[in-house]
Design a protein around this ligand. Structure first.
Ligand SMILES: *[C@@H]1O[C@H](CO)[C@@H](O)[C@H](O)[C@H]1NC(C)=O
Ligand SMILES: *[C@@H]1O[C@H](CO)[C@@H](O)[C@H](O)[C@H]1NC(C)=O
Ligand SMILES: *[C@@H]1O[C@H](CO)[C@@H](O)[C@H](O)[C@H]1NC(C)=O
Ligand SMILES: *[C@@H]1O[C@H](CO)[C@@H](O)[C@H](O)[C@H]1NC(C)=O
Ligand SMILES: *[C@@H]1O[C@H](CO)[C@@H](O)[C@H](O)[C@H]1NC(C)=O
Length: 384
């Protein structure tokens, strides 16, 4: 029975690959390129123990914990990480969302109770994905100064002694309209020189192949690797039910029902790993292992940013950000980041940022950012 299902799944996948391959913008690949893509696919897609298809058309392979992409990292050859890992700190004292009236938590769980124990859900990469990813712009981190990214953010001060061991946020989730190679996102970003980790939501057709609002993580190790989600080894997934690139449902309706999510990234004092949490359910997604960063990153970051970022290729109009309207300092109408927290670098307590944070805004005619203590509003229509 199971065997038959596998054969059917496999057959469907082959059909799917053939169909989607033909559909990719008429791109013609040389035999050489084609072989190269096949090779990459083989390396990326590990044999599944179970396969879950979502209503959005995503295929998640439940892959043995030890075969997930992270463990392809050369510095994780002798790791002793395991599927029952927990951080050495407790998340109890952190924020937990208490939804009020029209506030809801946005959900990103897998159907069918997710993956079996000792496996993790990895989105299957298709040839179409790989071709599309070649069109993706260089990341904001790489092209820091001549980047085409537009930002509307708040950030911690760049004092010489600024050191943080964690941060968190509650942000509401929108679905700004973007097309082609544009993207529009909201993220929590933690930086120490060229080591950067990010988490948030984004609409990014080049990355995902659709215009849905999805969770994302991004990782830059300061040396060789930089990628979204699990597309390069860098993040150890533990959660069997919440995919790292899942679709948010529902998203917020401006002036109507608002859906938010709570996310946090905290350094594990004992192990040196950076843990990513969903703060509503108090469950970890997984962690960035200390081995994959420059030495110091294991202990602290020097800057934290919260807020919106959009991108448009040269010659294309800038897309909307956040709720797609300029903020009017109203939680029911604006995209916001609230309950922004910081953790001191020696562990210690998580504290809520009450003071006014500094803002950074790239294009005040297209977007805006405004703050009141403990809250930041961001967004704008772009060039539409
Ligand atoms: C978020 O912050 C507000 C204002 O400081 C506070 O009243 C609320 O309890 C916080 N929410 C959570 C979930 O911590
Ligand atoms: C970016 O450019 C400005 C001026 O062009 C310069 O002052 C600044 O140091 C540069 N920043 C980085 C991170 O390269
Ligand atoms: C998303 O794409 C679909 C079809 O590609 C389109 O019908 C829809 O309007 C788009 N939605 C947004 C918010 O851009
Ligand atoms: C808003 O939420 C309420 C309560 O869950 C629901 O009845 C209503 O249909 C929602 N409105 C929209 C526009 O989704
Ligand atoms: C942008 O935000 C600032 C600060 O809240 C406000 O003074 C200004 O009027 C806003 N601009 C627009 C275009 O909304």
């Amino acid at each position: 029975m199971i065997m038959n299902q596998r054969i059917i799944d496999h057959f469907l996948l082959m059909v799917f690959l053939c169909l989607s391959y033909d559909g990719v913008r008429g791109t013609k690949l040389s035999k050489q390129e084609d072989l190269e893509l096949e090779k990459q696919l083989k390396a990326l897609n590990k044999p599944p123990i179970k396969t879950i298809k979502t209503k959005y058309g995503d295929i998640y392979d439940c892959v043995n914990f030890y075969e997930q992409p992270a463990f392809d990292h050369p510095l994780l050859k002798n790791h002793n990480y395991h599927p029952q890992m927990k951080p050495s700190f407790s998340m109890k004292e952190s924020v937990s969302t208490t939804s009020t009236s029209n506030y809801k938590s946005s959900r990103i769980g897998l159907p069918d109770r997710g993956c079996p124990v000792r496996t993790v859900p990895i989105k299957r990469t298709t040839k179409e994905d790989l071709i599309r990813h070649k069109l993706m712009p260089p990341s904001e981190n790489v092209m820091f100064n001549n980047s085409l990214d537009r930002l509307a953010i708040v950030h911690t001060e760049d004092f010489p002694g600024s050191k943080f061991g964690g941060s968190g946020v509650i942000t509401n989730v929108y679905n700004p309209r973007v097309e082609g190679e544009q993207h529009s996102a909201c993220r929590l970003k933690m930086i120490k020189e060229k080591n950067i980790i990010q988490v948030g939501w984004r609409v990014d057709p080049a990355l995902y192949g659709d215009n849905l609002t999805r969770l994302f993580i991004h990782f830059t190790d300061g040396k060789t690797s930089s990628c979204f989600n699990l597309l390069c080894p860098g993040f150890v997934l533990l959660n069997t039910q919440i995919p790292i690139d899942g679709v948010f449902e529902p998203v917020s309706q401006r002036g109507g029902n608002i859906s938010d999510i709570g996310l946090s990234i905290n350094w594990d004092l004992e192990e040196g790993n950076w843990w990513l949490f969903s703060t509503e359910s108090n469950t970890p997604f997984g962690f960035w292992p200390r081995e994959v960063f420059d030495d110091d990153f294991a202990y602290y970051v020097t800057r934290v940013e919260w807020g919106g970022v959009v991108y448009s290729p040269p010659g294309i109009l800038e897309p909307p950000m956040g709720s797609s309207f300029f903020p009017i300092e109203n939680n029911n109408y604006d995209a916001f980041c609230k309950n922004m927290t910081l953790l001191s670098d020696r562990g210690g307590r998580l504290y809520t940022v009450e003071s006014q944070l500094s803002t950074f805004l790239s294009n005040s005619d297209l977007y805006n950012v405004s703050t009141i203590p403990g809250l930041m509003y961001y967004g704008g229509p772009g060039e539409k």
